[in-house]
Write a protein that binds this ligand. Structure first.
Ligand code: CTP
Ligand code: CA
Length: 224
């Protein structure tokens, strides 16, 4: 087991973490999803547990495994299910880290029966999902802290700063798919942290476990 200094301990903290992709059903056998593996969220949960925190992990479909006496794992499929679980648990937590790759849209209708390949073209109408992180940013209490992620392909810091503000975050983890070996499916990440004071901290390419440690080390130095 690792030892942390008092300021780096989370033994008095209960943390909500979102992880993984969401699956948005089209019909009983099909869905629209994304390439998120859940690794980053699970690494964050593991690091919080190491520091003594109690963790509620709300995760979309993933192969990742984690079990611990202080861990409550809630498995969900869709963004709407994730929204409900998050709103049920956040008020009882000291803070949250939102690393899930939530689908921005879902099919407007879920066909009751399997859709047959009767036509040459098929159009799926999509409607917007709720922004779970933004909705929590709008209701978080003074003493609750909030960390978000921003996945960008271009103008990462500009978009990251906008999301930090719009979602009422204390810290945002910016990662760009431009960096080779970073992001979906990889075991590594290249992150930049942007805090509410507009301070930017860049990290080299690291494993997701190391990235999780860096994120929490940083959070615990800025958090009141
Ligand atoms: N997020 C969320 N609920 C959504 C969409 C995003 O909770 N419906 C969270 C993600 O978990 C992440 C942050 O919001 O912590 C930013 O997600 P991202 O996809 O980068 O940004 P969006 O706000 O969805 O904007 P866009 O995809 O247009 O860049
Ligand atoms: Ca998005």
């Amino acid at each position: 087991t690792e030892h942390f200094t008092i300021s780096q301990s989370m033994s008095n903290q209960k943390v909500l973490i979102t992880a993984g992709p969401t699956y948005e059903s089209i019909d009983p056998v099909r869905f629209i999803g994304n390439h998120s593996t859940g690794k980053m969220g699970f690494a964050l949960a593991e690091n919080c547990l190491k520091r003594g925190a109690e963790v509620v992990l709300v995760t979309g479909p993933t192969q990742c495994k984690l079990s611990h006496s202080r861990l409550t794992r809630i498995d969900v499929q869709s963004a709407n299910e994730m929204y409900t679980a998050v709103h049920e648990h956040f008020s009882g937590c000291n803070g949250g880290i939102f690393s899930a790759a939530v689908s921005d849209y879902r099919p407007n209708q879920i066909a009751e029966q399997k859709i047959k390949k009767s036509q040459d073209k098929m159009v799926v109408e999509m409607v917007k999902n709720p922004d779970i992180l933004k909705s929590i940013g709008a209701v978080k209490k003074q003493n609750q802290w909030l960390v978000g992620f921003a996945l960008e392909t271009n103008d990462a810091l500009k978009y990251g700063a906008e999301k930090l503000k719009k979602k009422n975050l204390d810290l945002i983890v910016v990662n760009t798919l431009q960096d080779k070996g970073a992001g979906f499916g990889f075991d590594t990440n290249k992150i930049t942290l942007l805090d509410f004071n507009n301070k930017t901290t860049k990290f080299e390419l690291t494993t997701k476990k190391e990235a999780a440690k860096n994120i929490l080390d940083y959070l615990l130095t800025i958090k009141k």
